[in-house]
Ligand binder design. Sequence first.
Ligand code: PLP
Length: 359
Amino acid sequence: MISKKHNFGAGPCILPSTVMEQAAQAVLDWNSNGLSILEVSHRSVEFESVITKTQLLVRELLNVPDSYSVLFLQGGASTQFSMVPLNFLKKGRKACYLDTGYFAKKAIKEARLFGDVEIVASSRDKAYCYIPDNYELSHGTAYLHLTSNNTIEGTEMFAFPKVAVPVVCDMSSDIFSREINVRDFDLIYAGAQKNMGPAGLTLVIAKNSFLDSVNCELPSMSDYRIYRDNNSMFNTPPVFSIYVSMLNLIWLKEMGGVKEIEKLNISKARLLYGEIDRNSLFDGLANLAHRSRMNVTFRAKDERTGAAFFELASERGMVGIRGYRTVGGFRVSLYNALPLESVEALVVLMREFEQMVAC
Ligand code: PLP
């Protein structure tokens, strides 16, 4: 049994301990066939069944329509920041972006290398504590880019725009955490490392007609169509990362799928936000309507109290709660694999700490 701390870190790779154990065994001897999963050829029948099963699990868990492709890429979500405009930002057209935080800004910066980019709305004015929903898209928009969960600022989009242009969404930090309607999007991308598998692996779910709208020659490794036409095996895929993702998605299915994990995620988030709002020592950072269920950001009202709480939590085996350097305070990540018991332990500690400070 793997002994684990309460890991509230924002990544990389938060996995259930049973998945870690299965993965460790597969590294030593995969399916008792005398080979490590790391040694197996990606062209083998055995691995083909792994990649097929992983694709099917993605389709089943997210209810992906047949008219969409499920692709496995590498390079993390950051590579998608440039790959999306390279494929879809055609000359004479414009890409529209919602500026909702640190990663949205990074996506915007990369897209600007490829063409005309418009920030149609931004929550920068209020330190990204909300998701703007008032904007217009001009004629000639190639796509609208969204970030469904802002990992650093702790905001999440709970309603997606119904617009007449293709919608591209970075779902790195909330994919598989809640039900979505894939049809609301033309392309979804996600770095795997929050709710799927090891960092580096990147999931792309794309509408085939959107991929077919690309009509230029591109470098092979940056061309979504090449991944689709080669079953994500144009080059050597990240075999181990796909295998671990398959194990994790099997775990998710056994948990009752996305519908059930969403209920659990809501319970975890409610419990923690409830305590933040009740506790006299802390303030939440995100607007109520946009509070992320995956990354809970808050701050101690007094800096010294915050430092003391951080020390105490570390002593009690709670790791990864420090806020991102640009935001400060605390960020507690509640990804799928984090058990409810960890959140309960944190909430008990917050109450205990409040009493300690009062004495
Ligand atoms: N987008 C979001 C919302 C993220 O949370 C992250 C990383 O955590 C990224 C993009 C960058 O992902 P990667 O490190 O896989 O490139």
